[in-house]
Design a protein around this ligand. Structure first.
Ligand code: NAP
Length: 749
């Protein structure tokens, strides 16, 4: 399907004739007239009264005295009669069309219109036929007749055109321009696809509404039922007040597509019946939670939002007043990597896994939906709480279609490993940005294990994974340090025969190994090699997702640089591959106390209490760089507030993150009057005073939050532009910043 673009060359049509001056024909005629999309709008209806009424209401300019006259004078003929009347109406006038006239329609079924046209014009030379552009406005009402004509009926609605294979682009553009002038969005799709889509989204719901009302109305005292019917019944059955003749026409004209989806629905309904009869709450919950998630997602689409509400906002600006305090006790948002993996492993476990502190970001929500599609019942998320009814390592079911992973590269690479060992085929897709990311780095080693995987153009998504391919464990020396590749192969290893081991050239995050252990699946670690043996099982567990240390880092630096500060950060993830921020801040003289240490889902967690302490510049040890890679933007702020020079080396990776973090930070600091020296693999920062000014985060959430922290020691106000992405990684940053005493105000432009 594609949005059509209307060439500027389209001219206003001279004469449009609308045949069938009912609700849709009358509304279209009236809108064309009001919007000046045709010089003359002629109407025809088999009922003279309707025609006279249309003329008197100003719906049309002229009334044709016959069908023939209406067709003969028109450059564009719009057929707006019931779908089953099309063939009879056209037969009468098939030789009356002007040269190059366009014939279009508004019918709800496109296959039957195209067939009628083929039948009628079969004996007419192609050059003597009108140009056909089938159309269908996705707008209407339960009313019928010209009296109900409404010129704004199509405004903000979709119109689907289904141009034929011998399409005439100019004619399609012409019809498209007419609908656009009525405020509609014009889309194109194939005839069969249209009929399948409409059977599911419009025809079946009408059938169910008619049937339900009929059943209940015949049940005992029907007045009772309608008297006590709640709003839900009214909403659900509103469409049963639609025109019976039109709808019986539609079902008979689109019988094949309707029967297909009706049979599917009947099977699902029967399964629900069985579940009720057998007191099977798991099946009921499964259907209802999946349906609710789908409906919520649909509501978000309807209101033009993606998974998280902020995605829609054009520009978010942080205005930071200089100074402020950092005091109190807070818990920052849950760790993204662990939120993600808790759903994956919880789904594969035996038993019910309860998760708290789940980060409701786009990536983890996409993973959650994918497992629902594979038959896992998942309740929530509800304020960070999720309940996963695990199906066991071999309990996943084939999803009904491709698995969509949004923007999540981690998701796609981890899923590839997990799905390589299933008995069913799957396809992994993502958004435009994910579709450009390299996937061969996981596909190639998975193939060595026996997986059958196809990647798209140049090794990019979509990934097509063939089920029932027996996997064999193997040893893999990773050419590059990647936690995603390692995790992918270990997950595939669960389904492989024998041992799978992965050696990494440099330490990478080990959340997958730790969480597998937390779920009772042993992963061995020897030096740089992680290994597991296939064929095991996972046991459900409770996971209180630790607060993300990368999010906590902003507040650690905030407290370290603010005189008088004393802040406790609760339940922070202390994974040794992530604690570089603590080691570096301590080396600079930072005061960080660790208490309440425990292990959750295989991961160490602790409370951190950070107090103000004068910092000094250091040469950051290179072995700490990979352990603090995401925290450097805020560490640069610590460096500016320290006495003396801080030197960072060995951090080339920082230049290819969401932004060139070193350059973007250097530019921002310069705008605040701080000079730095950018080097090819790092930066040198001399401690100095921070002024006020306006900086740009370049859409990088960590840069935005780092400059927010800088305001605590700034001499003037700091305006930070382009902060919308903060909401995806750290949804309540603003609230927590205010809670501890930072002087932040957020503006949406
Ligand atoms: P409507 O208000 O009943 O109008 C239908 C018009 O067609 C009436 O003027 C009717 O004339 C005329 N007509 C009926 N049978 C005819 C025949 N055998 N020969 C010649 N003219 C005939 O219906 P509508 O809602 O506008 O629907 C028209 C088309 O729009 C249908 O194909 C429908 O699928 C499509 N559509 C409807 C909706 C909706 O929500 N209503 C939405 C999208 C598309 P009389 O006045 O003499 O009956």
């Amino acid at each position: 399907m594609s949005d059509s673009t209307i060439p500027a060359s389209v001219e206003i049509v001279d004469t449009v004739s609308v045949i069938g001056l009912g609700l849709i024909g009358g509304s279209f005629a009236k809108a064309l007239k009001e919007n000046g999309a045709a010089r003359r709008v002629v109407g025809f209806d088999r009922s003279p009264d309707e025609l006279t009424l249309g003329l008197s209401m100003g719906v049309i300019d002229d009334a044709a005295s016959s069908l023939k006259q209406a067709v003969e004078c028109a450059d564009v003929v719009v057929l707006a009669v019931p779908v089953r009347a099309v063939e009879a109406v056209l037969t009468d006038v098939k030789r009356c069309f002007k040269e190059n006239a366009i014939l279009t329609d508004v019918g709800s079924v496109k296959g039957s219109f195209v067939k009628a046209v083929e039948n009628v014009f079969a004996d007419i030379a192609p050059e003597d036929r009108p140009i056909i552009v089938p159309g269908h406005p996705i707008a209407g009402s339960e009313k019928s007749g010209v009296a109900a004509a409404n010129s704004s009926l199509f405004s903000n609605h979709k119109v689907i055109l289904t141009p034929l294979s011998e399409r005439n682009p100019q004619a399609v553009a012409q019809i498209s321009a007419m609908w656009s002038s009525c405020g509609a969005t014009v889309l194109e799709m194939g005839v069969d696809h249209h009929d399948d889509v409409l059977a599911a989204t419009s025809h079946l719901p009408h059938l169910i509404a008619f049937s339900l009302v009929d059943t209940l109305a015949g049940e005992g005292d029907s007045k009772e039922i309608f008297k006590y019917a709640a709003g839900g019944f009214r909403d659900f059955t509103r469409i049963a007040a639609s025109d019976p003749v039109m709808w019986s026409d539609i079902f008979l004209s689109n019988s094949a597509s309707t029967l297909k989806v009706l049979d599917h629905f009947a099977d699902d309904l029967a399964a629900l019946r069985d579940a009720i009869a057998n007191q099977d709450s798991k099946t009921l919950l499964g259907v209802f939670t999946r349906a609710k998630a789908a409906r919520d997602h649909f509501s978000r689409i309807l209101s033009g939002q993606a998974y998280t509400t902020i995605m829609n906002t054009k520009n978010v600006i942080f205005k930071m007043k200089p100074g402020g305090e950092v005091k109190g006790v807070i818990r920052v948002a849950g760790d993204k990597s662990m939120s993600h993996r808790s759903i994956m492993l919880g789904s594969l476990a035996d038993g019910v896994t309860e998760v708290e502190g789940f980060l409701e970001g786009e990536d983890s929500l996409a993973t959650l939906q994918a497992f629902r599609d594979m038959g896992v019942v998942i309740e929530g998320p509800d304020e960070g709480r999720v309940k996963i009814y695990g199906v066991g390592v071999n309990g996943l079911k084939q999803p009904p279609g491709p698995i969509y992973l949004g923007n999540s590269g981690t998701g796609m690479r981890l899923f590839a490993g997990l799905l390589a060992g299933q008995t069913f085929d799957t396809e992994l897709t993502g958004d435009a940005s994910l579709s450009t990311r390299p996937m061969e780095r996981v596909a190639a080693p998975l193939r060595l294990m026996g997986a059958v995987i196809e990647t798209g153009d140049q090794g990019r998504p979509p990934m097509k994974i063939k089920g029932s391919s027996p996997l064999k464990g193997m040893h893999y020396d990773m050419p590059m340090a990647s936690a995603q590749v390692k995790s992918c192969l270990l997950l595939a290893g669960i389904y492989a025969e024998g041992e799978t081991s992965v050696t990494e050239p440099a330490p990478t995050r080990d959340h997958t190994e730790r969480m597998l252990n937390g779920f009772g699946y042993p992963v061995r670690r020897e030096g740089a090699t992680a290994s597991l043996v296939g064929g095991g099982s996972l046991k459900a567990t409770k996971i209180d997702v630790p607060a993300d240390i990368s999010s906590a880092a902003f507040f650690m630096v905030a407290a370290s640089i603010t005189p008088g500060a004393h802040l406790t950060l609760k339940h922070v993830g202390m994974n040794p591959t992530r604690v570089g921020i603590i080691n570096i801040l301590r080396a600079m003289g930072g005061k960080i106390e660790v208490s309440n240490e425990s292990i959750v889902g295989g991961e160490p967690v602790a409370d951190l209490t950070v107090s103000y302490s004068p910092l000094k510049g250091i040469n950051i040890p290179e072995d700490q760089v990979p352990l603090a890679i995401d925290e450097f933007p805020v560490l640069f702020i610590a460096a500016v507030c320290a006495e003396g020079k801080t030197v960072l080396t060995g951090a080339e990776e920082l230049r290819v993150k969401e932004s060139d973090r070193i350059q973007v930070m250097a530019d921002g600091l310069k705008a605040l009057g701080v000079e730095t020296l950018v080097t090819p693999d790092g930066i040198e920062i001399e401690g100095s005073e921070i002024g006020g000014g306006s900086v740009y985060s370049h859409g990088d959430h960590r840069i935005a939050m780092s400059f927010a922290v800088a305001s605590l020691r700034a001499k003037g106000e700091i305006i930070i532009n382009d902060c919308a992405n903060v909401a995806t990684s750290f949804p309540n940053f603003e609230a927590l910043a205010k809670q501890v005493g930072m002087q932040i105000s957020v503006e949406h432009e």
